[in-house]
Design a protein around this ligand. Structure first.
Ligand code: AHR
Length: 681
């Protein structure tokens, strides 16, 4: 850092001259890039995404079912529903538990046997139920919504009306069904919304006396869901605007179905993929582990319906061009919760689940699980190449279980790449450094293809450790940075913010991960989603409510790295100033070559409040092609953040930059991430 003390009587003009010339000479950063020496390849999977059903990520979020507790399977059977008796009406509600029409043929454990009986004593203006949705039901004016239901009645003439009402109770869409018979049948019809409303409710009102049994009461927007009345399976009901945000990132992979959710509080609540496929009505619901995880954010109505299940995850991967990366439970429940273990001699079914999953994804259509995939609408294999064994596991119990999984998987599928874990934080492990050293000593011997490291630390940690991977063994397993996010207050604090400081400091760390792309092969931010009214954990990459979605500042950092990876690393040397307090570097830099487009890419993160002038030299290049591109992400203040109201406050700006020679200067804006793309010959 350069400081000058000026005499108090120095004239202002003279003072400015001195400061300008001195800072230009002394503080100018030099960036020398050996553009003619492309090195290690950047993996096409370098930047990916990590989905977990936390913060209403699936039900109430990405999955577009708008009715909560649609099949009355929540332990509190009428949660989300209440009785509705309009003028002159009287009736009774009771939840029953023997719906054999729906139960019985699922691939996993039998699922949804509950249904609701509405006994109408006086029909009046309508007697029935109302559903509150997931913190309301989001409706858009002019959009079509598909209502579906399984129903039977005590007589062949029963009918009911369905209304979608806004927050004031005014009807904004409606429909009617008059042909409910004595036998269970699925009925479906559409309704058009005449108003936009974020907090609508769904009313079902019986208009004649008798009894009506109902189950799987469902509402999907037209642009995502099953509009085909014959089957609800082939079209995953995923929210279009949210999927767009994901596909805009061009993610290299999708890690799913989560972190802790894979493990479960105890083994009964672990994620079992076989319960998440097949007919949606037969998927077995469980309590979401984030329902009660945080006392400060209890979410009593958080369950997993698995409408978004493993088949849909694979299809999603295909649609957004991401490699599927399923994580499987390895016979261990969350070690921060019950730490329950499947005994070693009872590990068989867990291992079989992993093998069957690979067959489900990749097996020929004639194989047992390939046939199931085909029956769901996807004869072609999903071409899954990797699988994670456990989430944040540690200790000798993990190692002995990992070995069993690794042996079984490799014996049957030698090319399947395995991902092994290193607990919840690769720096501050619960049992201290010894534990992480123990795990790494095992991984060096057992040689999984990837070792997964997680970092939830304060922003400063990310800049101070931008060189984290410089020191790693180049011959050991490759690295997967499977979860990381800068925490403005502390891990799991409800006060954490997705502010610009967190995003910018993560960007600095990312230059370091990218510089180590010879060993760091995959990286992703965590968690992915947060519902504005239904979150348990923050910060999150993408936020939404029932109608809108926006990317956090961190999202745009991830997106810019992901869209500008380049194909090969370039050696870079920098010399230059530190932050004003001398504690850190001012600029964090990495450079790559994009062989496909013939561009040198420079990523620069300026964490100081001053712009940083730099002399950049592309060595080994004879000519540059005049017009370079600069993409800049910055904010006025480190506390700035995007929000529903100001969703693009922090948003990339693209400009053309005239570059006439391989030696040029660039002024990196204060508090900015800049990506320069310089076409070269
Ligand atoms: O991302 C939130 C949680 O943090 C994940 O479920 C878990 O793997 C980690 O501890």
């Amino acid at each position: 850092m350069f400081r000058i003390n000026l005499p108090s009587n120095t004239g202002l003009f003279f003072m400015c001259l001195i400061m300008t010339s001195v800072s230009f000479v002394s503080a100018q950063t030099k960036i020398t890039i050996q553009a003619g020496k492309p090195g290690a390849q950047i993996s096409p999977t370098m930047y990916g995404i990590f989905f977990e059903d936390i913060n209403f990520g699936a039900d109430g979020g990405l999955y577009t079912e708008l009715v909560k507790n649609r099949s009355f399977e929540f332990p509190e059977s009428l949660m989300g529903w209440s009785k509705l008796q309009q003028e002159g009406a009287a009736g009774l509600l009771s939840v029953r538990d023997n719906n054999t029409f729906i139960t019985g043929t699922a691939y996993g454990e039998p699922g949804n046997s509950h249904y609701l009986r509405i006994v109408v004593k006086k029909a009046g203006k309508g007697c029935g139920i109302t559903n509150e949705g997931f913190r309301g039901i989001g409706l858009e004016k002019g959009k079509k919504y598909w209502f579906s239901i399984f129903a039977r009645s005590s007589s062949d003439k029963m009918g009911f009306k369905v209304e979608l009402v806004n927050a004031d109770g005014r009807i904004v869409a409606q429909g009617r069904l008059d042909n409910v018979t004595k036998d269970w049948m699925r009925h479906i019809f559409s309704m058009n919304a005449i108003e936009t409303e974020a907090k609508a409710k769904l009313n079902l009102l019986v208009t004649s006396e008798g009894s009506l049994d109902v189950d799987m009461i469902s509402l999907f927007p037209d642009d995502s869901a099953a509009s085909d009345s014959s089957t609800s399976m082939p079209i995953p009901g995923l929210r279009k605007d949210i999927v767009q945000m994901l596909s805009d990132m061009k993610p290299g992979f999708l890690r799913f179905p989560g972190g802790c959710i894979v493990e479960g509080y105890d083994l009964s609540l672990r994620y079992q993929w076989k319960n998440t496929i097949g007919e949606i009505s037969q998927r077995k619901l469980i309590k979401n582990r984030w329902n009660t995880e945080f006392k400060h954010r209890l979410t009593a109505d958080y369950y997993q319906s698995f409408g978004l299940g493993f088949y849909e995850f694979f299809v999603l991967c295909e649609r957004i061009g991401a490699e599927p990366m399923p994580i499987i439970n390895c016979g261990m429940a969350c070690q921060f919760n019950s730490a329950q273990l499947a005994p070693m001699d009872q590990l068989g079914p867990y291992v079989q689940d992993a093998l069957d999953l690979i067959e489900f994804a990749n097996g020929p259509a004639e194989s047992k699980w390939g046939k199931v995939r085909m029956s769901m609408g996807h004869p072609k294999p999903f071409n899954m190449k990797m699988i994670g064994i456990g989430n944040e596991q540690w200790g000798p119990q993990y190692i002995e279980r990992y070995k069993v999984f690794a042996k079984a998987v490799k014996e049957k599928y030698p090319d399947m790449q395995l991902i092994a874990a290193t607990g919840s934080d690769a720096t501050i492990f619960p049992n201290g450094q010894k534990e992480i050293d123990y795990l790494w000593s095992q991984w060096r011997q057992l040689k999984p293809e990837f070792v997964d490291e997680h970092f939830y630390r304060n922003p400063e940690w990310f800049t101070e450790n931008a060189n984290w991977y410089d020191k790693y063994d180049r011959t050991g397993p490759k690295l997967f940075v499977g979860e990381y996010a800068s925490q403005s207050v502390g891990v799991a604090s409800p006060d954490n913010r997705n502010n610009w400081k967190c995003a910018l400091y993560e960007a600095a760390f990312m230059t370091g991960m990218e510089r180590n792309a010879d060993i760091v092969k995959m990286t992703c931010y965590a968690p992915l989603f947060g519902h504005e009214d239904g979150w348990q954990w923050r910060p999150n990459l993408i936020w939404f409510d029932n109608l809108n979605v926006y990317g956090s500042a961190n999202y745009y950092v991830q997106k810019l790295f992901s869209l500008n990876p380049g194909t090969n690393l370039l050696p870079v040397e920098t010399s230059g100033p530190a932050t004003p307090d001398d504690s850190k570097k001012a600029l964090y830099i990495n450079s790559t070559l994009d062989k496909k487009t013939g561009e040198v890419i420079v990523k620069a993160v300026n964490i100081t409040p001053d712009s940083q002038a730099a002399d950049i030299e592309l060595q080994g290049i004879s000519k540059v092609k005049k017009q370079a591109k600069a993409i800049t992400l910055t904010a006025k203040s480190l506390t700035d953040e995007n929000s529903l109201r100001e969703s693009k406050k922090i948003f990339p700006a693209e400009t053309s930059v005239a570059v006439t020679s391989p030696k040029f200067s660039y002024n990196f804006q204060p508090y900015s991430l800049t990506i320069l793309r310089v076409p070269v010959e």
